[in-house]
Design a protein around this ligand. Structure first.
Ligand SMILES: [Zn+2]
Ligand SMILES: [Zn+2]
Ligand SMILES: [Zn+2]
Length: 262
């Protein structure tokens, strides 16, 4: 049975935790589990490294994880907290002497083209530019022998893609999951999913909504991500214990890493 190693590079919401200028108890917490960079995960398999989303903390995340090469980027959607680190792939371009393939839905590719117009407008540049090759996600991806299946979901008034690989799935930034995508979430060992906070939010699943989804999906383990400063790590984990019979539910954290059967 083949395995991949999944590492959570960032488990925080768009502003990160601590948030700039905030004096709340989580932002001032000495617990390292209460420090959350912006959302991203790393998949390592067959000597390949695939990163889902280039957060504004991409450079720091890659440095502290010791990633030596980058083989592909996959994007969930085009919000700033998921794409703004794209410029920092340049050292990989230089080291590998190649472009990095990028996979995203067509709307997300349009956002990348607009946000990073200097990469794509063809105007001469005296400095280095990120080298990318854009590919539209229209169905399951085959990357270096791994099948990555997109899971379309709603993120407020826009679309977002979750991804399934073997017995794990990653679904950040969703407000609801359509019935057609629920079938893609059966038989999971590990499910990493958005649970921003306790309070409802128009674009994000909250703790109660994500627990309700887990009661249907029934993975062995669930890890909440895209977490804001309303959720202290240890206290929230204690409150989550036993909330979803048959599923161990915990907050994800930066550096969380586990093997996935694929
Ligand atoms: Zn986000
Ligand atoms: Zn705070
Ligand atoms: Zn978003």
């Amino acid at each position: 049975m083949a395995t991949l190693k999944l590492t959570v590079l960032g488990s925080g919401t768009s502003m990160g935790v601590p948030s700039i200028g905030c004096q709340c108890r989580v932002c001032r917490s000495p617990d390292p589990f209460d420090q959350r960079l912006r959302p991203s995960v790393l998949l390592q398999f067959a000597n390949r490294n695939v990163v889902i989303d280039t957060s504004p903390d991409f450079r720091q995340q890659v440095l502290r994880t010791g990633v030596q090469r980058l083989d592909a980027l996959v994007f969930t959607h085009g919000h700033a907290d998921h794409i703004l680190g794209l410029d920092d792939i340049r050292p990989f371009n230089l080291k590998q002497k190649s472009e990095i393939p990028v996979y995203a839905a067509s709307e997300t590719l349009a956002t990348l083209r607009r946000t990073f117009a200097y990469i794509f407008d063809g105007s001469p540049s005296m400095s280095s530019l990120p080298g990318v090759r854009l590919n539209i996600i229209e169905g399951p991806l085959q990357l270096f022998g791994l099948t990555i299946t997109p899971i379309p979901a709603e993120h407020g008034d826009m679309g977002v893609l979750g991804f399934r690989f073997g017995r794990a799935a990653y679904l950040t930034d969703f407000s609801s999951v359509p019935k057609s995508s629920m079938a893609l979430l059966g038989g999971l060992d590990d499910f990493i999913l958005d649970a921003l906070r306790y309070e409802p939010h128009p674009m994000h699943s909250n703790v109660e909504q994500s627990l309700a989804l887990l009661a249907e999906v029934k993975p062995k383990r669930a890890w909440f991500t895209h977490i804001c400063h309303d959720l202290p790590h240890a206290e929230t984990n204690a409150a989550l214990a036993g909330r979803c019979p048959g599923t161990i539910v915990q907050l994800a954290y930066d550096g969380l890493s586990f093997e996935v059967q694929v």
